[in-house]
Design a binder for this molecule. Structure first.
Ligand code: SF4
Length: 363
């Protein structure tokens, strides 16, 4: 059992703002409500899993409506998870099947490489069909409400950020060790029994590993909050598969200017896609929005990102304004990024957060 916690990880349990924006997460963490993916396993879908793609997606949309009703019943005390049979197939079974199909013309992220990863092909991320992880451990450095967090670092990423602090993992899709969903499910169960507050899927990026993660959740029998910790460049189809499975979306809203995104992360159409996914995630579940403040990017990125968050997700959304930027990896190739953030810059970022009306900022 993890007994040694950061003081702020204890204090946050009584933090009204954190509890307001992450109410269900706290209830799942405390064992008062079941994790969403367990409810997803109890939602019935009336479809033959060998049917065509369109029919499966229609069944998925119907199943999602059933899931939402069921979730409301459970949360409202009108039904108990333990009294519900597991249907065949369940909505989560269907999601696993759809993810396997997407893998054959991969469009888990908006790069839409459309390569058949089941036939040994790889796209921009370089991730093959079988998932590899660089490490898995109890992370004590995440947001206070998340630690201790059982964090799984998948190899490979859909971005190529020049300042990536985990570049040895994100840019090495063939590194690490291969891991099966069954093994991961047993690891998650053991860590939850040992006191982990959640399972935290990260990398690199978890997005190329969505098929593995959904299958792992389908095999996992304990109630553990699931945290989707990604760059938020998922495709619309991947977002739909995530609906109903994640208790917290731990997002990463890096840029407001697409030119900055292309220059530093080699990713096109960043803002439109990432903003869309934030809206979808907010409608589906609970959110912690991260924004890494970059040197010399207060006006082009920090200000408009914070304005967008306040306008679209409201003043009470949990925001982690991060000051830990370091010029890692290839950041030295860009003069404007080749230094740490100044305290003036971070102070300015905090001021902007206040100006735009954000009331639930973790610093
Ligand atoms: S997950 Fe990888 S292969 Fe799939 S679309 Fe994204 S970059 Fe391409």
């Amino acid at each position: 059992m993890w007994r040694v916690l950061r003081p702020d990880a204890v204090a946050v349990l009584k933090d009204e703002r954190a509890r307001k924006s992450l109410g269900r997460y706290f209830a799942v963490m405390g064992g008062e409500l079941p994790a969403r993916f367990l409810v997803c396993k109890r939602a019935e879908v009336k479809v033959d899993l060998s049917a065509g793609d369109e029919e499966l997606w229609r069944a998925h949309d119907r199943g999602l409506r059933e899931f939402r009703k069921l979730l409301a019943h459970i949360d409202g005390g009108k039904a108990r998870l333990e009294d519900l049979e597991r249907p065949e197939p369940s909505l989560l079974d269907l999601k696993v099947e759809l993810a396997r199909r997407i893998l054959k013309s991969c469009h888990f992220c908006e790069r839409r490489c459309v390569v058949d990863r089941t036939a040994g092909k790889v796209g921009v991320c370089g991730v093959s069909e079988r998932s590899r992880i660089a490490s898995e451990f109890i992370h004590m450095g995440e947001e206070p409400e998340l630690v201790p967090s059982y964090t799984i670092f998948f190899n490979g990423c859909t971005f190529k950020c020049c300042f990536c602090q985990n570049y040895d993992i994100s840019q090495d899709p063939r590194g690490g060790v291969e891991v099966s969903p069954r093994t991961l499910a047993r690891l998650v169960e053991a860590q939850r029994h040992d006191g982990a507050r959640n399972v935290n899927w990260v990398g690199g990026s978890p997005t190329p590993h969505l098929h593995t993660i959904l299958e792992t959740l389908n095999l996992c029998e304990v109630s553990v909050p699931s945290v989707w910790n990604s760059n938020f460049y998922m495709s619309l189809e991947a977002m739909k598969l995530l609906f109903g499975t994640q208790d917290v979306y731990l997002t990463d809203f890096k840029y407001a200017d697409d030119k900055c995104a292309l220059k530093y992360s080699k990713v096109p159409n960043f803002f439109k896609i990432v903003a869309r996914n934030h809206r979808l995630a907010f409608a589906d579940s609970e959110l912690i929005v991260r924004h890494l403040v970059l040197p010399n990017h207060i006006e082009c990125c920090t200000r408009p990102v914070l304005e967008w968050i306040a306008e679209n997700l409201g003043s009470m959304v949990r925001v982690n304004l991060m000051d830990q930027y370091r010029p890692e990896y290839r950041a030295h190739e860009f003069e404007e990024l080749n230094r740490r953030l100044t305290s003036d810059e971070f102070g300015r970022a905090l001021e902007i957060a206040r100006e735009v009306g954000l009331e639930n900022v973790i610093t």
